[in-house]
Design a protein around this ligand. Sequence first.
Ligand SMILES: *Cc1c(COP(=O)(O)O)cnc(C)c1O
Length: 226
Amino acid sequence: MSVIDPADVARRLDQLRNDLDAIGGDHVEIVAVTKGFGPDAAQAAITCGLTVLGENYAQELVAKAEHLLAAGEERETAPEWHFIGHLQSNKVASLAPHVAVWQTVDRLKLGTRIAAHSPGSRVYVQVNVTDEPQKAGCQPHEVGQLVADLTSLDLDVQGLMTVGRQGDVSETRSAFDHLVSLADDLELPTRSMGMSADYAVAVAAGSTMLRIGSKLFGPRPPKATH
Ligand SMILES: *Cc1c(COP(=O)(O)O)cnc(C)c1O
């Protein structure tokens, strides 16, 4: 397991904040994505004042959350975990005690599970706005109905989330524009879009929340099997 030095994270965060200032993104929230790294990454993020953490895999999120709890984190610095990966409904129960925001709700069945295990929790709807068939997320034309259905389960639907198209800036820009217009129509304040490679495009399109991993923690170690 690689060791994450909080001083490196602080330096990279400084660079990122300077960058964001320069492009009018100083108001945008940063989710520190610790997937693929050990609990030391989560610890380093918290040391740097980043208290919103993102994870893609249920097991990793639970392990890191429990590690921080065991390390006796003060309540003031307890992080807020966002689940940002492909969500299977059979993982909801184990995640529920730790997850503050479910960013990848893309079907009603998930909402039903979340409402059962974690009533009233904050959710975002993931939308596939890049027209990639293999990608998670509901279709743009399904968003309105899904948001209404989730709301009727008393879930707190706060925003929309999407992932850009890797390596295609202009396609990604129009996808982000599309997400913003859907969120505008539904009057949802949070637009979670933009990662290390495309955060500038996301900010230009109106992102309110970036999910940043490698830009903060360095290259991810080779992926373990899940
Ligand atoms: C991995 C991941 C991120 C962070 O990616 P980086 O390129 O390391 O910033 C953000 N969002 C999602 C959904 C991810 O899977």
